[in-house]
Every structure is written in structure tokens, then in C-alpha cells.
Design a binder for this molecule. Structure first.
Ligand code: SPV
Ligand code: MG
Length: 290
């Protein structure tokens, strides 16, 4: 079964697919082991991992290479955050074909103008391209697929840009018309009212995808109850958890002038060996090294 098909089946059979963010193969592997259905190859996380803002500063090949490395290390599908598609509809075709070859199950493309500003920033520069231009980009993304099950998610930033519910709905409809398989509607409101109002008004013709970072009180149970919401992406919890853990441990080592206290709080070197599949390598050594 292709990775796109796995996402589609997950939606059909379980109603709600949950994806955890990752910024490298190790974080993807940990998310898989924790039981997530999919990996979100987040542009925000990779930008943060490079220590730069999520403002279209990383190249498409930097994000593609990391996404490919993640897709090679986990069995669950990877959902690629391709930002604005790195240019116009022609760029989009090139980019989507490359991500498909890298083994992803879905691509998510947003209707902001390149170079974009990150969505959750207060006072961010949020400019959208025209509906017609983005329809062309969605059509190009769909036309680039070799495997028709690759999921093309159109993401509208209308609410992020403060354009209101009617504009968000109109854009979502236009993107479905252009061939989008799912609609991601993003919001930076501190409460879920805005996305729940969108879901209530949505015609249900395609699944809704949510990224509830700004409104963390919205649970999976509440999403199921609201209906029409079939994918939830936890957008940046891998990098935030990593930063929390590193800040704590690094401070402790500085404060104590050694690693003995911190050692008890972190995983063993043997656990890292396991995650690296050292046992598998040892088995192969036994078999092949003469
Ligand atoms: C990302 O994780 O890169 C996203 C989600 O696109 S957000 O940062 O909330 O825009
Ligand atoms: Mg992003």
C-alpha cells in the first residue's frame, strides 16, 4: 500500500489521523514509536533546527533531503510541509514530483505569497496569492503526481491573515474545485472557536486538517465530535520538547560542574544504540562479514 493510500485509509477507517511533527529521522522514529499515525515534516521545526526563522529561508532541497531521510527511517506516512510550493505553479510541479519520489504520503501547500512569514507570529506579514493563482498551483500539484493516492492538501491562511470566515470558506471551495484532496485551515486564535465555526459551515466535501498549536484545548475527542475534521497535525511539539529537555540538562551540567546528576535524567547510550538499530547492524555483521 502506498503512503498516500495509508493516510486515506486511516481517515476512512479511523475517522481521525494524528500526525506528530519531526525535524530529523530520530524525532520521526520517536513519534512512530509513540504511536502516531503519521509524521509532519514541519518547515517550522526544520527552520528552528537550523536556528533561523520560518520565513522561506531554507531551500527546498534542504527540506526535501531531511524529509526523504525521515521517510526512509519510518514506516508510517510522512506529510510534507512544502510551504508555498517554492514559487509559482511550475515550481510546484517540480517540487511535488520530487517529494513524491522521496516517499511522502501527502504534501501540504499554503496560499501565502513567497517568501512567506511564519503563521503564528504576532503581527506577522501575511499576504495571500489570488484564488486563481493558487488554484493553478493546486492543479499543478495534482498533475505532478505519479501515484494518484498521494494526498494533496491545500492550506488556506485566510484566517491567519485576518480575512474572515467567508474568505476562508470561499478559498477552501475554490481549492477543492482545483482538485485538493483535503483542506487545512489554520488559525492563531487562542481558542478553537474560529476553526470550529469553519468546520460547522464547511460542506464536508473534503476532510479538514487542523494544526491546533494556538488553541491546544481542542482535543481529539472534540474534533471527532465536531465532525468533518479528519487529520490533526501537532505542529511543533518535537522541537519544543527537545529544546525543553536540552535547556534543562545543559543548565544542570553547568550548575553541577559535571554530568553525574544529569545522567539519571536522560536516556542511556544503549537506548541511542537501539534507536540507531545497532542490534540490526550486528546481526548483519555476523551474516556478511567474513
Ligand atoms: C509548520 O509546522 O511548519 C507549520 C505549522 O506550517 S505552523 O508553524 O503553525 O504554521
Ligand atoms: Mg510550515
Amino acid at each position: 500500500m502506498g503512503k498516500g493510500e495509508a493516510i486515506r485509509r486511516g481517515v476512512a477507517e479511523r475517522g481521525l489521523v494524528h500526525a506528530m511533527s519531526a525535524h530529523n529521522p530520530l524525532s520521526a522514529l520517536l513519534a512512530e514509536e509513540a504511536g502516531f499515525d503519521a509524521i509532519w515534516a514541519s518547515g517550522f521545526e526544520l527552520s528552528a533546527a537550523y536556528g533561523v526563522p520560518d520565513n522561506s529561508l531554507l531551500s527546498y532541497s534542504q527540506h526535501l533531503d531531511m524529509t526523504r531521510a525521515m521517510a526512509e527511517r519510518v514506516r508510517i506516512p510522512v506529510i510534507a510541509d512544502i510551504d508555498t510550493g517554492y514559487g509559482n505553479a511550475i515550481n510546484v510541479q517540480h517540487v511535488v514530483a520530487a517529494y513524491e519520489r522521496a516517499g511522502v504520503g501527502a504534501v501540504v501547500m499554503e496560499d501565502k505569497r513567497f517568501p512567506k512569514d511564519t503563521s503564528l507570529l504576532d503581527g506577522g506579514r501575511q499576504e495571500l496569492v489570488s484564488v486563481a493563482e493558487f488554484q493553478g498551483k493546486v492543479e499543478a500539484a495534482c498533475a505532478a503526481r505519479q501515484d494518484p493516492s498521494l494526498v494533496v492538501v491545500a492550506r488556506t491562511e485566510a484566517l491567519i491573515a485576518g480575512l474572515g470566515q467567508a474568505e476562508a470558506l470561499a478559498r477552501a471551495h475554490a481549492y477543492v474545485e482545483a482538485g485538493a484532496d483535503m483542506i487545512l485551515v489554520h488559525s492563531k486564535r487562542k481558542t478553537p472557536d474560529e476553526v470550529l465555526a469553519f468546520a460547522a459551515a464547511w460542506d464536508g466535501s473534503r476532510p479538514i486538517v487542523l494544526v491546533p498549536t494556538a488553541y491546544p484545548t481542542l482535543t481529539e475527542a472534540a474534533m471527532r465530535e465536531a465532525g468533518k475534521i479528519n487529520v490533526v497535525i501537532y505542529g511543533n511539539h518535537a522541537i519544543r520538547a527537545a529544546v525543553t529537555a536540552m535547556q534543562q540538562v545543559f543548565r544542570q551540567i553547568r550548575a553541577e560542574g559535571g554530568i553525574s546528576g544529569a545522567d539519571a535524567a536522560i536516556v542511556s547510550v544503549e537506548e541511542i544504540f537501539r534507536l540507531q538499530d545497532v542490534p540490526g547492524m550486528k546481526a548483519r555483521e555476523k551474516r556478511f562479514l567474513r
